[in-house]
Ligand binder design. Structure first.
Ligand SMILES: [Zn+2]
Length: 126
């Protein structure tokens, strides 16, 4: 699951991926699993290229400084039990509330990518 606070980050990442596709004349890749793991964003793209991998990694790293709940500057925390999950949140949202299930967000993001660019199949390697 990921929270609304990362929406702008994910939206920008989606736009950047579409821009790369347009400038390099590639098909729009399919967004895969989008989730929070160890307090940070995890975003998988099927059939992406190395440039897409680079910006995805940058967004994932950036998520560790953005409150997952509200989007304000945050920090990676694990102030609870050792077994408790980690979160990136601001002071106001520590501890964070439960948020969207990852499947719901994946649907939202997929629709967003479709809205930005026409989604086709994976790029075929020739
Ligand atoms: Zn917050």
């Amino acid at each position: 699951m990921v929270g609304d606070g990362w929406f702008a980050l994910i939206h920008q990442l989606s736009r950047d991926i579409v821009s790369i596709c347009q400038s390099e004349n590639l098909n729009i890749p399919q967004a895969g699993e989008i989730k929070q793991k160890y307090g940070g964003l995890r975003f998988s793209v099927y059939c992406g290229n190395s440039e897409m991998d680079r910006i995805v990694t940058a967004a994932e790293n950036g998520s560790e400084f953005i409150c997952e709940t509200c989007g304000a500057p945050g920090q990676l925390r694990n102030e609870h039990k050792a077994s408790a999950p980690m979160y990136t949140v601001c002071d106001l949202h520590n501890p964070p509330p439960l948020s969207l299930h990852e499947d719901e967000l994946a649907v939202i993001i997929t629709k967003q990518i479709e809205a930005i660019g026409t989604r086709r199949g994976c790029n075929e390697v020739t």
